[in-house]
Design a protein around this ligand. Structure first.
Ligand SMILES: Nc1ncnc2c1ncn2[C@@H]1O[C@H](COP(=O)(O)OP(=O)(O)OP(=O)(O)O)[C@@H](O)[C@H]1O
Ligand SMILES: [Mg+2]
Length: 300
């Protein structure tokens, strides 16, 4: 670790980041900002400070498109060092964006937060997705997330005045401690292409140790319904609804009710359900595309 006047391991640490005292924080700390506002960098800094102060804490990676604790389409809650977490719980949100998928995001985050507190985390750092654009419903979605989760602290990380409606509202409430600061000038914006490449690399790494398995789905609940298409991305879930592993549907046999899957999961004993998405993930290129509803095969 090297430190030089506000720069730690190459990360610019603006003075106002230090206003959040790791020894004083408790509960959910929610970090909100537009894409490329430096949310994840700030969250990782804050989390590292909590670890230095030996606070029981957890990290909630809440961005299904640019996730770093799990593959895209999932949200993860990790405990311990983020490079080698002692434990991780994952929820599948079946999409790489919260757009059109906000209910699933709300429930996934809420479940993970409750899991974190049940695991005795005193502080949970929640690194949110960057959807705040009012034209895409982003600001209303963030409002709903704050109302639902009731964070003890909210950090607004602004580029300009895009967060002003939330700030105006929540600064006057006495339910949360509100921090507001501007993005560091060291933030490096990423183009849609770079973001896509990142996702592709994340999927490729995730499936690098994958193997083919075949499962009989007669006894297996399939959410929302057994409607399949080639290369469909799906999640194999446990009895609590957490994601054990992602899988790609290679083939399905209608009569025998068998699915042929590509997955890195080693044992199939703990699979309690299958959660389908409308995304196809190419097992060679690891590119995703949304599958049109009318081409999905119906089997119910
Ligand atoms: N304080 C900083 N010092 C140096 N580099 C930074 C800093 N903040 C962000 N960056 C760099 O800018 C880029 C984007 O930052 P980051 O991923 O934290 O933003 P984000 O708001 O989480 O983006 P996203 O919308 O994808 O979630 C990264 O390459 C990161 O290393
Ligand atoms: Mg981020």
């Amino acid at each position: 670790m090297w430190y030089k006047e506000g720069v730690l391991n190459g990360i610019d640490i603006p003075p106002f980041w230090k206003v959040l005292r790791p020894d004083h924080l408790r509960g959910l700390v929610m970090v909100i900002g537009a894409p490329d506002s430096g949310k994840s960098t700030f969250c990782r800094y804050l989390y590292s400070q909590l670890l230095v102060h030996q606070r029981p804490c957890a990290y909630l990676d809440g961005d299904p498109g640019q996730s770093f604790l799990g593959p895209p389409t999932t949200l993860s809650l990790a405990i311990g060092d983020l490079k080698q977490p002692t434990q991780v719980w994952r929820r599948f949100v079946a999409s790489i964006s919260p757009r059109g998928n906000m209910l699933s995001m709300l429930t996934a985050v809420s479940r993970l937060m409750r899991k974190g507190f049940r695991q005795n985390a005193e502080v949970i750092v929640y690194d949110t997705d960057g959807l705040v654009d009012p034209l895409q419903g982003g600001i209303y979605y963030k409002f709903a997330l704050i109302e639902l989760l009731a964070p003890q602290a909210i950090c607004f990380l602004s580029l300009e005045n895009e967060l002003q409606p939330l700030l105006n509202y929540f600064q006057r409430q006495n339910r949360h401690t509100v921090y507001h600061f501007y993005a560091s000038s060291a933030v490096q914006p990423r183009s849609p292409d770079v973001r896509r490449q990142y996702r592709t690399a994340q999927f490729a790494a995730y499936f690098s140790s994958a193997r083919q398995i075949e499962i009989d789905w007669r006894e297996m609940p399939i959410w929302p319904a057994p409607r399949f298409f080639p290369n469909q991305l799906l999640a194999l879930t446990d009895r609590e609804g957490y994601c054990l592993s992602l899988a790609i549907l290679l083939d399905h046999h209608v009569e025998a009710k068998r699915l042929q899957l590509l997955t890195p999961l080693s044992g199939i004993e703990s699979i309690a359900g299958i959660h389908l998405s409308r995304l196809a993930l190419d097992p060679q290129t690891f590119q995703t595309h949304l599958f049109a509803a009318d081409t999905v095969s119906k089997e119910d």
